[in-house]
Design a protein around this ligand. Structure first.
Ligand SMILES: Cc1cc2nc3c(=O)[nH]c(=O)nc-3n(C[C@H](O)[C@H](O)[C@H](O)COP(=O)(O)O)c2cc1C
Length: 426
């Protein structure tokens, strides 16, 4: 296993003042910005380092950040925007909140460096509306950075202009989807746009835009300061660096830990989160937020990287694992998940609007022990009609867990059919 003692974003979390500029600078903060802007690093050089870092997007899809940045047009008359996705709505996920509340300047420094690399002068941080403390801390951090000359019309006296605006959302999960987020930032209802065109070409206000997750951008200062290769070396093959992992559910110590990409899931659950609580026996896990297909307890020796989890039949998602115990009915669990997606579907496209509703109603019927016409095949057929047929991936996010539950817990699901009640929890 890699060195588990290296920390980046959580290294100084024991300092209760870390959210202030003074404390962040005491721990070396804004050193990367000085190095880049005063030390003559070009935007292209920063981009190269990010590519070399093998940093993959931490918002759920794991797209390589350096490659995404390369999609911006080489020449444009239009302004380029950087948009930070701080909507963090995926159930079971609570890692960006930690960064924003406890180490907000790491994000702000990352935004300034990334704007410089992307030749952008404006950055918007779209923050989930319920995260009051995070909004306050980010607003304070922007103000402090502005007062110190890190943000504003003339960053560190170099003539580089960088404006950062915090924009609270209004509590809609769909606004975490990058195109819906852009619509919402523009003041419209949060409904995704069809892709292509991709935001790198036609994004915010019709201009070239890069959308990145909070955690993704918060790692950029370390990469600039220490080099992309050094970051890559901290992680595993094609999965560079560290990541903030979460564990919640039936474990002794739910929480967050910053550890290398590629650590075994078992290590995270047993060593970090202390294993199962109250003598419970693990039944399964949802690896990275509710849109990921569940895995069985016996499958948790998988390495936590994008390819390994995919090979095991699920997704790394946000890297926040939810653990559930024997005695929990997976149909009831799936019913709650299906209800979430039915409620959060924006209603714009038919397969998602209708499909998420059909899924929820039929999983609910199954949980009550009703017979379904066509048995579990009915649910599978609804999933197949949603998957790949929607404007954005919310539809997939609703269908994939249901497919996964049927695949892994099919006997338990079949036992509900016509049983008149839930055979697991009554
Ligand atoms: C329904 C839906 C909700 C999403 N919610 C979030 C979110 O809350 N935060 C986030 O960073 N990405 C979210 N995403 C992924 C974003 O669309 C986008 O891929 C991500 O912000 C890109 O950043 P990254 O490359 O740094 O990961 C969501 C996607 C979908 C389909």
């Amino acid at each position: 296993m890699k060195n588990l003692d290296v920390k980046i974003l959580t290294k100084h979390l024991d300092d209760p003042e870390l959210h202030t500029l003074a404390a962040y600078e005491r721990h070396g903060g804004y050193g990367a910005l000085r190095k880049a802007l005063k030390g003559g690093m070009t935007p292209e050089k920063i981009h190269e380092e990010v590519k070399a870092s093998n940093l993959r997007g931490r918002g759920g899809a794991g797209f390589p950040t350096g490659i995404k940045w390369g999609f911006l047009p080489k020449q444009t008359e239009k302004p380029v925007y950087l948009v930070i996705n701080a909507d963090e709505g995926e159930p079971g996920t609570f890692k960006d909140r930690l960064i924003m509340e406890r180490n907000p300047h790491s994000l702000i420094e990352g935004c300034i460096l990334s704007c410089f690399a992307l030749k952008a002068n404006h950055c918007f941080i779209y923050i989930r509306g319920e995260l009051f403390k995070a909004i306050k801390r980010i607003e304070q951090a922007i103000e402090e950075a502005r007062a110190k000359g890190y943000v504003g019309p003339n960053v560190l006296g170099t003539g580089f202009r960088c404006e950062i605006v915090a924009h609270p959302g209004a509590g809609a999960y769909i606004c975490g989807e990058e195109m819906a987020l852009i619509e919402s930032l523009e003041g419209k209802p949060g409904q995704p746009r069809n892709k292509p065109p991709f935001p790198a070409h036609v994004g915010l206000f019709g201009c070239p835009t890069i959308v990145n997750n909070v955690e993704t951008i918060a790692y950029v200062p370390w990469i600039v300061e220490n080099g992309g290769q050094a970051y890559s070396d901290l992680g595993s093959d094609r999965n560079g660096g560290l990541k903030i992992w979460g564990v919640s559910g039936s474990v002794k110590r739910p929480g967050l830990w910053e550890l290398p990409m590629g650590i075994p899931m078992r290590y995270l659950i047993e060593e970090c989160a202390g294993g199962m609580k109250d003598g419970k026996v693990m039944k399964g896990v949802i690896p990275g937020g509710s849109s990921c297909p569940p895995m069985l307890a016996r499958e948790i020796d998988v390495a936590l990287d994008i390819e390994s989890i995919k090979k095991a039949g699920s997704m790394l998602g946000t890297g926040c694992v939810t653990v559930f115990e024997e005695g929990i009915c997976t149909v009831r669990l799936a019913q709650r998940i299906a209800h979430f997606y039915e409620h959060e579907s924006c209603g714009q496209c038919t397969p998602c609007r209708e499909g998420t509703g059909w899924l929820y109603r039929n999983v609910k019927r199954l949980e009550h022990g009703d017979a379904l016409e066509g048995g579990l095949g009915l649910l599978e057929s609804i999933c197949n009609r949603i998957l790949g047929n929607t404007i954005c991936a919310l539809g997939d996010a609703a269908a994939m867990p249901i497919q996964g539950f049927i695949q892994r817990f099919g006997d338990e699901w079949a036992a509900h059919l016509g049983a008149g009640r839930c055979p697991i929890q009554g």
